[in-house]
Design a protein around this ligand. Sequence first.
Ligand SMILES: NC(=O)c1ccc[n+]([C@@H]2O[C@H](COP(=O)([O-])OP(=O)(O)OC[C@H]3O[C@@H](n4cnc5c(N)ncnc54)[C@H](OP(=O)(O)O)[C@@H]3O)[C@@H](O)[C@H]2O)c1
Length: 245
Amino acid sequence: MGKVAVVTGASRGIGFAIARTFAAEGCSVVITGRDGAKLARSAAELRRLLPKQTSAHDKGGAQIVAEVCDVRDADSVAALFAMVKQRFGRLDVLVNNAGTAQPAVAIEQTSLEVWRAAIDTNLTGLFLCTRAALPFMQAGATIINNLSVAARTVFPNFAAYNASKHGALGFTLSLRDELIPRGIRVVALMPGATDTDLWRQFWPDAPRERMIDVESIAQAVLYAVLLPPNTNLTELVLAPTGGAL
Ligand SMILES: NC(=O)c1ccc[n+]([C@@H]2O[C@H](COP(=O)([O-])OP(=O)(O)OC[C@H]3O[C@@H](n4cnc5c(N)ncnc54)[C@H](OP(=O)(O)O)[C@@H]3O)[C@@H](O)[C@H]2O)c1
């Protein structure tokens, strides 16, 4: 495919599955996360997937780059995209995927720390990364914002997460309308319960066999990226294969 993609929060989970799919298609992929050691291991795994003719030794071929970045931090985000611009000169696909959940608690028991972690990561992070990436995204590029079904519905005892994702949907819809004249597609990705580490902190025994497999999400994202440039796909909604959780 030959595109240049940034996938935030791609050291594991949904982000890693998306990066894996892009790498297998011969894309250059920049993966980010806060844990540098984990990120380096994930990048090594992705490099093994690059098609042979575009191995890391092939100058001008696809590359996998691991960059530590905390999406809550404007300087960290600026450094990430400065590196991408310097290395590739353009960005074809931005997947704003980095996100965090919260423990299940009533609103009166929700600490400011929990509230800020959700809002800063899931909402402000989306804004910071998009703002830094846009100056070198051209017509035909795609932005995928990984929201959640929690962007439209609500889960009781998850007010911070719900609020961050509802806000992120508002941001995504504004972005979509602003970027239509520039020919940049903006897609709201809204998966239901998906089998990743995210569940460990609030429902360790969740029935994972009923959840969405990360690979299905990655394939849906690839589909959205490969559509003809003038296709105005706006949403990808995936529901758990084992019924509502
Ligand atoms: N799993 C689900 O059921 C589900 C359903 C719908 C939507 N989603 C959304 O999908 C996205 C990915 O979730 P996941 O389930 O794949 O979670 P995950 O397995 O916990 O992975 C989260 C990723 O985001 C990174 N990350 C977290 N905070 C970050 C920060 N401040 N800056 C940079 N990177 C950060 C993590 O790496 P580090 O910890 O090393 O930073 C990790 O790579 C989230 O936005 C989530 O809300 C998940």
